[in-house]
Design a protein around this ligand. Structure first.
Ligand SMILES: NC(=O)c1ccc[n+]([C@@H]2O[C@H](COP(=O)([O-])OP(=O)(O)OC[C@H]3O[C@@H](n4cnc5c(N)ncnc54)[C@H](OP(=O)(O)O)[C@@H]3O)[C@@H](O)[C@H]2O)c1
Length: 304
């Protein structure tokens, strides 16, 4: 499938609170790394290309961009690139960031933020993005612990006007239920793809739909540990077969499959490659048949 006149709007829209976004968005984690995972960059970094990718994403209708202050490599930071490429920001652009994890100046991971550390993490994002408030802040968890103290701290920052809307990341249904009496939750960002679902993620996706909360998968294309094993090979072949039937790429099928899991599912594929960006946005218009959706769902069931 080629892009033609397809834009991110072809995926339809969703409300993050009072903010309207196209369901096809963009994730910036790979932007500073030439496609590599955090902290593993080994190739020379092309700053101009990263800036061009961000500008092209917006030209293609992307108005939901995911980021974090801890997305940086030795020579670049996702937030600074967003600021440089897109500032002054278009009125309809929604930038979602996440707090909880933190990295020191050399890139080493710090202890998970305590509730009293979250203001500093929010202010770090404000400084880097050059804004006086953040559109959406996800509290990124690291296990099944109570979210109450940290989410409560973010709710106070929301009351102060530093944050417009709150979300959660890497959480189960219990943690969403715990958050809702504290403050509204507009999105949940979990690892989710054909072969990369947490065992509880289909439940979480369903709960989000019932509550009007956006469900935002990460690793929908890249997966995690998908490269080995017979089940992984079968899954990969099935995706390729569906892709051939639509004259599409496997990445496009993986994105389309997530978007068709429900009208509340948003995509945030990550890439530093302009051709991959165009291809990913074109997946906004790809519609898989009911049989194809069921086949792929069954193959990847609880593989993650
Ligand atoms: N909440 C969380 O804990 C969390 C965790 C991880 C990520 N995230 C967010 O979710 C976003 C998506 O996750 P992700 O970037 O890790 O994974 P992803 O979007 O599933 O896949 C990205 C990887 O696939 C490659 N890729 C992208 N488009 C492709 C295409 N059309 N064909 C072939 N390869 C393609 C990229 O390399 P190239 O650059 O070479 O295209 C990159 O290596 C991130 O950018 C980040 O914003 C959130």
């Amino acid at each position: 499938m080629t892009s033609g006149t397809i834009t991110a709007a072809d995926a339809g829209t969703w409300q993050l609170g009072d903010l309207t976004v196209n369901r096809m968005g963009f994730g910036t984690m790979r932007l500073t790394q030439n496609g590599a995972a955090l902290n593993t960059v080994r190739t020379p970094y092309d700053r101009d290309r990263a800036i061009a990718v961000l500008r092209r994403a917006v030209d293609l209708g992307v108005n939901h961009i995911d980021t974090a202050a801890f997305y940086f490599s030795p020579m670049s930071s996702a937030n600074e690139l967003i600021n440089r490429a897109l500032g002054p920001y278009p009125d309809d652009l929604v930038i979602t960031t996440k707090v909880g994890p933190g990295r020191g100046p050399s890139g080493d991971w710090l202890d998970w933020a305590r509730p009293q550390d979250l203001r500093g993490q929010v202010e770090e994002n404000l400084r880097q993005l050059g804004r006086d408030h953040l559109d959406v802040v996800n509290l990124r968890m690291n296990g099944p612990d109570s979210i109450a103290d940290r989410f409560g701290a973010l709710a106070e920052l929301r009351e102060e006007g530093l944050i417009r809307h709150l979300g959660l990341s890497n959480v189960g249904a219990d943690q969403i239920a715990e958050a809702l009496p504290i403050a509204p939750v507009v999105c949940v960002q979990n690892r989710y793809g054909i072969a990369t679902r947490r065992a509880d993620s289909d439940d979480v996706l369903r709960v989000c739909g019932e509550r009007g909360i956006a469900f935002v998968p990460f690793y929908a294309i890249a997966g995690e540990g998908r490269e080995s094993g017979a089940a992984a090979a079968a899954e990969s072949e099935a995706v390729s077969a569906v892709a051939r039937a639509h004259d599409a790429s496997p990445a496009q099928v993986r994105l389309a499959w997530t978007l068709q899991r429900g009208p509340h599912v948003l995509a945030i594929p990550g890439t530093g490659n302009p051709d991959h960006l165009t291809e990913n946005v074109a997946a906004a218009a790809l519609r898989l048949s009911g049989d194809e959706l069921r086949l792929l769902a069954e193959l990847g069931r609880h593989a993650g």
